[in-house]
Design a protein around this ligand. Structure first.
Ligand SMILES: [Zn+2]
Length: 149
């Protein structure tokens, strides 16, 4: 009796398993081989795919210098803070002493932001970043230990 029950359970398990495999085959058929290979490479390795926000300038009719300076940069870059809060410097006609240097902005505490100027076409884009863990957290204290077997 128990044997029949076990056989029955195995048949049910097999049916569920076959249905799951059909689902995986169906999903796989929707992607090209390259996508599958890349996904397998990432999932089977010590690699990680993350996103990185990047400033995109667009093609504004009147490029705004502080925004031009941010093109292609990311808040994850080391110099982002310095560049994103750099005031806009420009010359105006002064009195008798010649041109006068003025500065203004950024208009927000966090720094320059898309939409700061008339005709701004700036936006954030996201780039995929592939991080590879090479598995070395810290070098061995004694290199010779590697050979002490
Ligand atoms: Zn802009």
């Amino acid at each position: 009796m128990r044997l029949r029950r076990a056989e029955q359970l195995l048949r049910e398990l097999r049916a569920v398993s076959d249905a799951a495999l059909d689902g995986i085959r169906d999903l796989r058929s929707r992607f090209s081989d390259g996508v599958i290979d890349a996904a397998r490479l990432v999932s089977g390795s010590r690699m990680k795919v993350t996103g990185r926000p990047v400033w995109k300038l667009g093609n504004p009719p009147n490029p705004f210098p502080p925004h031009v300076a941010l093109e292609g940069r990311s808040p994850q870059d080391g110099d982002w803070d310095a560049v994103s809060i750099q005031p806009y410097e420009y010359e105006v006609k002064g009195g008798g002493d010649g041109p006068e240097l003025r500065e203004r902005g950024p208009f927000q505490i966090s720094g320059w932001a898309p939409g700061d100027h008339a005709g701004c076409q700036c936006s954030w884009d996201f780039e995929a970043v592939l991080e590879i863990d090479i598995g070395i957290d810290s070098p061995p204290a004694h290199g010779d230990d590697l050979f002490d077997l």
